[in-house]
Design a protein around this ligand. Sequence first.
Ligand SMILES: Cc1ncc(COP(=O)(O)O)c(C=O)c1O
Ligand SMILES: N[C@@H](CCCC[NH3+])C(=O)O
Length: 476
Amino acid sequence: MDTSAASFLPSPLAPEWLEFPAGDVNYLDEAVWSSTAKRTDDGELEIGGVRASALLEQFGSPLYIVDEADVRKRAANAARDFGAAFAEIGAEVELHYASKAFLSIDVARWMAEGGLGLDVASGGELEVALAAGIDPAQIGLHGNNKSVAEIRRAVEVGVGSIIIDSLQEIERIATVAAELGKVQPVMVRLNAGIHASTHSYLATSHEDQKFGLTFDVARTAIARIRELESLSLLGLHSHIGSSIYEAAGFGAAADKLMRFRAELLANGPVPEVNLGGGFGIAYLPSDNAPKLADLARGIAAEVARACRETGSDLPKITFEPGRSIIGPGGTTLYTVGTTKSVDVPLEDGSAERLYVSVDGGMSDNIRPALYGSDYTVRLANRESVAGPQLVRVVGKHCESGDIVINSDYLPSDVAPDDLLAVPATGAYCWALSNHYNYLDRPAVVAVRDGAARTLIRRITIQDQLAADAAWSPEEK
Ligand SMILES: Cc1ncc(COP(=O)(O)O)c(C=O)c1O
Ligand SMILES: N[C@@H](CCCC[NH3+])C(=O)O
């Protein structure tokens, strides 16, 4: 068989955005791979100086890899870029890492070491942050339905802010704070009415969704907060959505919040404005992800202009990036189990699609099933001179929608026992992972300077059985 690239043609099944790899189907495009990813001289994928095969041998397959140097650098660069943009307009700025994207004790510490605070969205995330020794004053607690227990814990430890998302919550926080003899700083989350262009499940600032208060309701909320002695109004919050590639929505939200703040200043101080996160990253080489430095400058200009036009002072500005800090540094490794060629009928004939099944799937990355997200894939254990073949990489779950990679090209000789790597899986993959079909939850491993260490160990069937009340290991 002639396996040279020249004998292969683009597949009629390929989506428009998918470029045919006329050159090298083993190529690692730096737009989507974490910064230390490269091929060794003998063609294997290496990240943080550690070979893919060595990682799977030591930690099992599938496996999440976190490129520590990449993540730390992105955190530091984000702090630097936002710091520089806001220094230029004379405003103080602070970043809080949105820990929902991925959180472990070590990652929380990396963020603190990079000068970032933490945004937590549940009592569980708060406990991880506290276990990491994060200064509670650097933590903001989110949630549209925080329990009283979560509120009590947050007030007790002294979180820097609680972001209010309903009128009922005001009295709950005030009561808890009064009982504990504390004054709790709070922010009010606004729905700025921005229609961010992203998947509808990821947009959080249009009218018909659960987050935030309209400006009218927020006026009532703020008046009440100002009456209560156990609360202090720290400021306003807005998060327009996630995985956003266009800058315009961020600027528009900033403008609306600054003007609202100017109105509120008539009745008291509003020291801080938190403009959320949501900055998109490249999942595919063709994705046009915004540069954080450009976004920061654009938003800073809007903030400065709105303050100038309303004659108000500059508040402290906070952001909550998650995906843009941790997403690009993550890679998932899988092992191929089976391959199956399927003849797909077309209007004029048919075309072959090669289904490549791996040992994970929608339990370790539910984003393709949930949002139709696209990723890219490469052979990890070797390079191949075989020509490119259109593949669909699927998981091992009992659903036809269990797709890891909808469409990409792999060398046509991809076969059982090959290792595959999917880049840009650092955000919202382990965080959204599940035990569907009682699969293990893969371990998360940090790689750096030739060494690998576990961040979160594999959660096995033994761990899952241990939670089954009827399980008695003695009987087995
Ligand atoms: C309130 C809030 N802040 C920050 C984020 C982080 O978003 P991203 O990971 O897209 O930066 C989210 C998630 O969308 C969020 O809900
Ligand atoms: N889970 C989403 C992001 C949610 C953002 C949290 N508010 C994703 O995977 O893209």
